[in-house]
Write a protein that binds this ligand. Structure first.
Ligand code: PRP
Ligand code: URA
Length: 209
């Protein structure tokens, strides 16, 4: 059964409020998205197993713990997912990054794929799919289905803001995928935008309109 984790750490919530603010320009928006992604990575990796290792400090030898050889992959959904990659790589620098390009058709709101490049050993990796917005859930569900078709078994989804509709769509299509979000908002509007949300994440990150 999929679990939904709402990461309500004060630093995440504070920065998310700045991200939402329409007065926040692209430069600050980009920096804040990166920072929040880094803070969220801390929680998303909480279940990584540890192994005991021997370390010699300048004072004595000791048994201590390190992450047990985990192969991690990050899969940003283009474009907006790109904004979260660097923040996550700061905490998980050995992760490989695959890209899936999807855009929502503005009429049908259905995802259209236009690009895909994944690490060759993708099926051996624990994957974190990243996208700031989970609106109808169509893009995230399609990306996850695509990764499962490539043999990936261990997938988490990490988003900044989700609509209840998006959570419902992903959890019913992918019972095995836990979702990590900084906020669950009220609803979608008639154009499929999250309310109150933050607007168009890709446009705000890259200064397009
Ligand atoms: C946005 C967002 C998600 C998608 C969410 O991307 O980054 O990928 O919409 O909507 P959904 O849950 O209804 O599928 P968009 O299609 O605007 O493309 P972009 O990232 O290139 O701007
Ligand atoms: N995509 C966005 O960028 N924002 C939304 O609110 C919904 C989908």
């Amino acid at each position: 059964m999929a679990q939904v984790h709402v990461l309500d750490h004060p630093l995440i919530q504070h920065k998310l409020s700045l991200i939402r603010d329409e007065k926040t320009g692209s430069k600050d928006f980009r920096e804040l998205v990166e920072e929040v992604a880094m803070l969220m990575a801390y929680e998303v990796t909480r279940d990584f197993p540890l192994q005991e290792v021997e370390v010699k400090t300048p004072v004595a030898s000791t048994k201590t713990k390190m992450i047990a050889g985990r192969k991690v992959g990050l899969v940003p959904i283009l474009r907006a997912g790109l904004g979260m990659v660097d923040g996550m790589l700061k905490l998980i620098p050995t992760a490989k990054v695959g890209h899936i390009g999807l855009y929502r058709d503005p009429e049908t709101l259905k995802p259209v794929e236009y690009y895909c490049k994944l690490p060759t050993d993708i099926e051996e990796r624990d994957l974190i799919v990243i996208d700031p917005m989970l609106a109808t859930g169509g893009s995230a569900s399609a990306a996850i289905t695509f990764l499962k078709e490539r043999g990936v078994r261990n997938i988490k989804l990490m988003c900044l803001i989700a609509a209840p509709e998006g959570i419902q769509a992903v959890t019913s299509a992918h019972e095995d995928v836990d979702i990590f979000v900084a906020a669950v908002d009220e609803k979608l509007n008639d154009h499929g935008y999250i309310v109150p949300g933050l607007g168009d994440a890709g446009d705000r990150l890259f200064g397009t309109k």
